[in-house]
Design a protein around this ligand. Sequence first.
Ligand SMILES: Cc1cc2nc3c(=O)[nH]c(=O)nc-3n(C[C@H](O)[C@H](O)[C@H](O)COP(=O)(O)OP(=O)(O)OC[C@H]3O[C@@H](n4cnc5c(N)ncnc54)[C@H](O)[C@@H]3O)c2cc1C
Length: 122
Amino acid sequence: MMLDNAAEHGVEIWQEANVTDVILEPSPHDSLPRATGVIVSRKGEPSQKISARVVIDATGTTALLSKKLGIRKADPMLRKASIFAHYRGARRDPGKNAGATLVVSTNNYDGWFGTSLCRMIS
Ligand SMILES: Cc1cc2nc3c(=O)[nH]c(=O)nc-3n(C[C@H](O)[C@H](O)[C@H](O)COP(=O)(O)OP(=O)(O)OC[C@H]3O[C@@H](n4cnc5c(N)ncnc54)[C@H](O)[C@@H]3O)c2cc1C
């Protein structure tokens, strides 16, 4: 929905495109360099350099830019692992809870399991 909305507002969207590097240049105002573009690899095409006035890193946990700059910091409280899977043979709750997330905690609350959009039938 957000992608469609962006396109409707004139954003040029490239899918199946992978940013392989961020171009950095020294900044006169900051000890960190300034991102001035990216190298993009698109399916079936050679890599190309895209220059930009502003580069936003929206790569989620990939954290492309902060990893490259070596400034990524882990929150010790969030050093957890997660596993997810899709299940067949599950059913949704009826009514307004049809899309609710079901969270099941371990006895001492140091772990939890969540299922979205459906309940598993055991
Ligand atoms: C199993 C699971 C369940 C969750 N449940 C919930 C929930 O119920 N409620 C909630 O609020 N949050 C939930 N979250 C968290 C939520 O999904 C994230 O916080 C959110 O998606 C982060 O959004 P984002 O746009 O920062 O990153 P992402 O959604 O991770 O988007 C990053 C995008 O960047 C792309 N990308 C990465 N590297 C590159 C690259 N080099 N070049 C090009 N593209 C790249 C990725 O393919 C991806 O499409 C859940 C997460 C998980 C894993």
